[in-house]
Ligand binder design. Structure first.
Ligand code: ZN
Length: 204
């Protein structure tokens, strides 16, 4: 549980800090947002479930829980706009944040000497699944994909939600590769035992 807290808190902090890149970007007019409309339970739970579904193929309950939480807390990047600043919104809804957060999480929270690939890939999966659900819901189809290198909203087709979610699932399946191998070995052992058991049945 402490791992989950540490990971979720670190990712939330990253998303909040990354929202500061909006300061570099050009101004963008926003109507005054009503927080009770922007952040509904439905929105939270949808992102949570999309994130959970994307990270489940890692076969790690810990990573799946982290992925689900990260897919919700990435919206902390709405902060500057929510505070009334007329800046480019949602900087963490970008490929640059995807790469940066995956790299930072994998380096900063690794337990040994090596890059924590499962955590990095689960982080990438969470970000992809979040953008996927935003597209699916289609409240807005433009994202500052290359923030802050190219601080402009780029439009995406709403149908891209499915390939993005598949990409997220692939990332987390790659994160779970060692576990998938273990599962395969276990299944083979069960099949082999079943066969020898049947052969013994026939002999008697
Ligand atoms: Zn969003």
């Amino acid at each position: 549980l402490s791992d989950l807290l540490k990971r979720s808190a670190s990712f939330s902090l990253l998303a909040s800090l990354f929202s500061l890149t909006a300061l570099i970007g050009p101004p963008e007019p926003h109507p005054a947002i009503r927080l009770d409309v922007a952040f509904t339970i439905e929105e939270f739970s949808s992102h949570f479930l999309f994130g959970m579904a994307a990270v489940l193929p890692s076969l790690s309950p810990g990573l799946a829980a982290y992925g689900a939480i990260a897919a919700v807390t990435i919206d902390l990047d709405h902060l500057p706009v929510a505070l009334g600043f007329q800046l480019i919104g949602r900087p963490a809804h970008s490929l640059t944040f995807l790469a940066l957060s995956a790299a930072v999480m994998g380096i900063a929270l690794r337990s040994g000497k090596h890059f924590d690939w499962p955590l990095g890939l689960a982080t990438a999966a969470a970000v992809l699944s979040h953008i996927s659900y935003d597209l699916y819901e289609a409240s807005r189809l433009d994202f500052p994909l290359l923030m802050p290198i190219h601080p402009i909203n780029l439009a995406l087709p709403s149908g891209l939600w499915a390939p993005l979610q598949v990409a997220a699932i692939s990332c987390s399946a790659a994160a779970g590769l060692p576990r998938w191998r273990q599962l395969e070995k276990a299944l083979r052992r069960i099949l082999r035992n079943g066969r020898t058991w049947r052969r013994r049945e026939k002999a008697t």
